[in-house]
Design a protein around this ligand. Structure first.
Ligand SMILES: O=C(O)CCC(=O)C(=O)O
Length: 239
């Protein structure tokens, strides 16, 4: 099946080996060095009350690094990402946000959700670049194929021992979760209505790092704020 048809049907598409091992190593090392520099604007993930028992306190997620990091600013507009994203949404794309998930050994995942439960403009599309091999043991990405056709869904609280974010999608009946095995340099593209997320990294020694760029289509529509379908309406459970 053509990439575009696959994306339309399933809500995601993996472009294998889009980045070389050397490129991935450069991106990975750049962000590991940057993490050592200390706190950055928008850091998120750890539970401060747990101290060094929560690995995400040492490796919180970066967000919008392009605002203060020149390399991110360059990488986010790599034509391999923007052209594929534009082709899949059948429109030009423009930047929405950049993120870097470190997901160290023992880290919690992120409750399954639709990105449009956070970002209220659509269409959006994510390019999720694997910086490590990802499989079930280190908390690979999980998607619900076909959920892209369901529109915006209801939210609910996520389990704090499994998810570093407070909310998740209320799973529709019959939803079939599929774990995606990826190698470093593979890129997963997924749309804003596609249910996706990840479970904890159960390994003792393998990171599951990802560099993520979200794009808006050039032409978007707005979803009204609605406490039932928006993550801002979810009051997280205390861990
Ligand atoms: O990397 C993950 O575990 C989740 C990422 C995600 O939800 C996203 O990029 O929108």
């Amino acid at each position: 099946m053509e990439s575009k048809d696959f994306f339309k049907e399933n809500g995601y598409y993996i472009s294998r080996e889009l980045f070389s091992k050397d490129e991935v190593a450069e991106i990975r090392e750049h962000f590991m060095e940057m993490r050592k520099e200390g706190p950055k604007p928008g850091d998120m993930g750890g539970d401060a009350a747990k101290g060094d028992k929560d690995p995400l306190n040492l490796f919180p997620r970066f967000i919008n690094m392009h605002k203060w990091d020149k390399k991110t600013d360059r990488w986010r507009s790599d034509p391999r990402l923007t052209k594929t994203a534009a082709d899949l949404v059948s429109d030009q794309v423009k930047l929405c946000q950049t993120m870097l998930y470190f997901k160290p050994p023992g880290a919690r995942g992120q409750g399954l959700h639709q990105d449009n439960q956070y970002i209220r403009q659509f269409p959006i599309i994510a390019a999720w670049i694997a910086l490590d091999r990802c499989d079930a043991s280190n908390g690979q990405m999980v998607v619900v194929p076909g959920s892209n056709k369901l529109g915006i869904l209801q939210t609910e609280k996520a389990a704090p021992e499994r998810s570093f974010t407070g909310g998740q999608t209320k799973m529709p009946e019959g939803a079939n979760e599929v774990g995606l095995e990826m190698e470093e340099g593979d890129v997963l593209f997924f749309g804003g209505f596609t249910i996706h997320g990840s479970y904890p990294n159960e390994t003792k020694d393998r990171f599951r790092r990802a560099f993520i760029v979200h794009y808006f289509a050039e032409n978007t529509e707005t979803l009204k704020e609605d406490p039932l379908t928006s993550m801002s309406g979810v009051k997280p459970e205390k861990p």
